[in-house]
Design a protein around this ligand. Structure first.
Ligand code: XMP
Length: 505
């Protein structure tokens, strides 16, 4: 087992995920009590994750230095490497920030850096950099801006990288973690088996013969988790779909098909379109918008729960990335309020059931497939819980919802026509709230700019904009500008995550 010391990076849990994929057991420790934790659990090695702190400003998020005297291999990633350098006598300084892909070049590749190539692309996300190495360390890899992007102290088995090997878009990242686990720590690899039956048994053990109100959205996560719950508890499952008007049109029909045809459950559909529009009136701040939507969802679920007093649980399709992005890790900085995490008021006397809380998207898809859900359901692109509200910059109105529906449908139609739907992670349109000039017919119009965002991602934590063929982009642009009322211009969003999140709000 390897211990990951979590310094709060958004990708700290991805390190564990990669190791878990390789079949290596991991435990997480917080820096404050990592030393006793490591002594007690006796791992084969230690990984220090990245974190949002800057050592050059504040080195208080630290670890007991004696961790380096235990004789265990240590691998420091980003902040984890900077902290290692800082604690062992090196220097860390504030530098030019780097976010996104950079090319690393290796001079030599000792120990964990024994990789198929010497030059490849890595994901960087940092504002500090190590400027002087501690004694015993050798620089082995550098990027344009970072001299000590990969370092090794072979005699002490301590390694450091400034980049994120756990990010999917870091080439050979998984090989690097594998080299550390297998060659340096001596771990054997026993890859994880995804087993829906196991989850069904777990649900049965938790729920027994009680009733579960299940929040479903028609999306992959809630469908797969409610479906497995249905398999576990039969008619004690009460799926509830709130028609907020912020979802894609026809989603209610899709939900009906899943929970009446594919599995028989007592489906409840609540028409709350007017309530959502009223609650969102005049709101332009993205966080206020998210919180308003989250609160209304909770209110509605309370009302549903009041009608089903015999229900003991509220089921949700929360998956691992939701937990992390909503500050699941103690030292992580807050990014966005995901309305499906932690929004339950104390008064709601229901226990929370989140059977897929520890699984990642691709694992959830595979579990759905194995449980018998059709491909067009498990392979759907993700859609945000707050729906189109986060794809309308500024106030959400009925008129703007109609615009974004048409624009969204065009993007999806064209992407499907080009057989790209399954190849990209998400493809969507955003009403940007920016206005520009156009000439339509004979007249000048000053109308809204639509942004098209099409991205590739495996792990949600990082993504790249997709290199869509120009003719597909041309078709999307021409159709949106012609078919969506009140639009002057279409732009293509070419920003990676990090730094830009996938959604605009
Ligand atoms: P961001 O924009 O944070 O999005 O890079 C990452 C993924 O999460 C989706 N998303 C959400 N999903 N509730 C959800 O269920 C939310 O509040 C929410 N916000 C973003 C987004 O579409 C992308 O797939």
């Amino acid at each position: 087992m390897i211990v990951i010391v979590d310094f709060g990076s958004q990708t700290a849990h991805l390190i564990g995920r990669r190791l878990r994929q390789l079949g290596v057991a991991v435990e997480y420790a917080y820096p404050d009590d990592a030393l006793p934790f490591i002594k007690e659990h006796k791992p084969s090695g230690i990984i220090f994750s990245g974190g949002p702190n800057d050592i050059s400003h504040d080195a208080s998020l630290s670890i007991d230095k004696r961790v380096f005297t235990l004789g265990l291999p240590v691998f420091g990633i980003c902040y984890g490497w900077q902290l290692t350098a800082h604690l062992l006598g090196g220097t860390v300084k504030h530098s030019k920030k780097e976010y996104g892909p950079e090319e690393i070049v290796f001079d030599k590749q000792p120990g964990i850096f024994s990789l198929p190539e010497k030059t490849f692309s890595v994901i960087m996300s940092h504002g500090d950099t190590v400027t002087k190495l501690p004694k015993g360390f050798t620089a082995v890899g550098r990027t344009k801006q970072v001299e000590y992007a990969a370092v090794a102290n072979e005699s002490s088995n301590i390694y450091g990288v400034q980049f994120h090997p756990e990010a999917y878009h870091t080439e050979y990242g998984i090989e690097l973690l594998k080299n550390f686990a297998q060659n340096v720590c001596g771990e054997s690899l026993n890859p994880l088996v995804l087993d829906p039956q196991q989850i069904i048994k777990e649900i049965q053990a938790i729920v027994g013969n009680k009733k579960v109100i299940y929040a479903v959205s028609g999306g992959v996560d809630s469908t797969v988790s409610a479906f497995l719950t249905g398999k576990a508890i039969g008619k004690n499952l009460l799926p509830v779909y709130v028609e907020s008007g912020l979802m894609r049109p026809e989603t209610d029909k899709r939900v009906q098909y899943i929970f009446t045809k594919l599995i028989k459950a007592s489906l409840v559909i609540v028409d709350a379109r007017k309530r959502f529009l009223n609650a969102l009136r005049g709101i332009t701040d993205p966080e206020v918008k998210r919180k308003t939507i989250g609160k209304l969802y909770v209110d509605i679920f309370e009302e549903v729960a009041a009608k089903h007093k015999d229900a003991a649980f509220l089921g949700q399709g929360t998956i691992y990335s939701d937990v992390i992005e909503s500050k699941g890790s103690k030292h992580a900085s807050h990014i966005k309020s995901h309305h499906n995490v932690g929004g339950l008021p104390k008064e709601l006397k229901l226990q929370l059931l989140e059977p897929l809380r520890n699984y990642y998207k691709d694992e959830v898809r595979q579990l759905g497939r194995l449980a018998g859900l059709p491909e067009n359901i498990v392979n759907q692109q993700p859609f945000p819980g707050p729906g189109f509200a986060v794809r309308i910059r500024g106030e959400v109105t009925e008129e703007r919802l109609k615009q974004v529906w048409v624009a969204d449908a065009i993007v999806l139609e064209e992407i499907k026509k080009a057989e790209l739907y399954d190849k990209v992670f998400q493809s969507f349109a955003v009403m940007t709230g920016a206005f520009s000039t156009a000439v339509k017919g004979d007249g000048r119009v000053f109308a809204e700019v639509v942004a098209v965002r099409i991205i590739e991602s495996r792990d949600i934590m990082t993504s790249q904009w997709a290199h869509i063929p120009y003719d597909v982009l041309a078709a999307i642009s021409s159709r949106i500008v012609n078919e969506v009322p009140g639009v002057s211009r279409v732009v293509y969003d070419i920003t990676t995550k990090p730094p830009a999140t996938m959604e605009w709000e």
